[in-house]
Design a protein around this ligand. Structure first.
Ligand code: 5GP
Length: 188
């Protein structure tokens, strides 16, 4: 592992996390490269394989688990595996960048455990579960059943925010990005 820092941004699904991560990456001064996770979930229409995720079949994903190719992986939702490949960290680190992870709450803690010295963990709090539910519905990418699943997972995840280095409430995207930017700047 090189000298780059690892920045974990974790939050319940629908908290505005992906937007925040994209904004942070566009801040040139932070020198951030996106850690592209592998997943076995279906690709959404606007997503690009190898850019948003490495999309794998469940079998391909399980093969990589058995070959010990992941730093961490999780069955985030039933049959929907997500994980960080060791090769992703090596290649981004070699590029001289700091890595940013858009990852689930438990996965974020696993990254910290694997690289305790170099990792900063930031938890994004949605304003409320009700707001989270309405964001998920407005996004319109998930079925009703999947929305329910995500809400139930979110309420469990919110209790884990205390295990993170920082917890930031996302009421206003501009303020949230500015706050996180300053936390990252202090760390790197
Ligand atoms: P989505 O299906 O909405 O893209 O992601 C669902 C959840 O899986 C999100 O909380 C996302 O951050 C998380 N996730 C994405 N990549 C990884 C990963 O590599 N590892 C883990 N543990 N979770 C991930």
């Amino acid at each position: 592992m090189g000298t780059g820092k690892l920045i974990v941004i974790a939050a319940p699904s629908g908290s505005g996390k992906t937007t925040i991560v994209k904004r942070l990456i566009s801040e040139i001064s932070l020198n951030l490269g996106f850690s592209i996770s592998a997943t076995s979930r279906d690709k959404r229409e606007n997503e690009v394989d190898g850019k948003d995720y490495h999309f794998l079949s469940v079998n391909e994903f399980k093969k990589k688990i058995s070959l010990n190719e992941f730093v961490e992986w999780e069955e985030v939702y039933e049959n929907n595996f997500y994980g960080t490949l060791k090769s992703e960290i090596t290649s981004l680190n070699n590029s001289g960048k700091n890595l940013i992870f858009d990852i689930d709450v438990i996965g974020g803690l696993s990254i910290k455990k694997a690289f305790p010295e170099n990792t900063l963990t930031i938890f994004i709090q949605p304003p409320s579960l009700k707001e989270l539910e309405s964001r998920l519905r407005n996004r319109g990418t998930e079925s009703e059943e999947k929305i329910k699943m995500r809400i139930s997972k979110a309420s469990k995840e919110m209790t884990m925010s205390v295990l993170y280095d920082h917890s930031v409430e996302n009421n206003n995207i501009e303020q949230t990005v500015a706050k996180i930017k300053s936390i990252i700047n202090n760390f790197i």
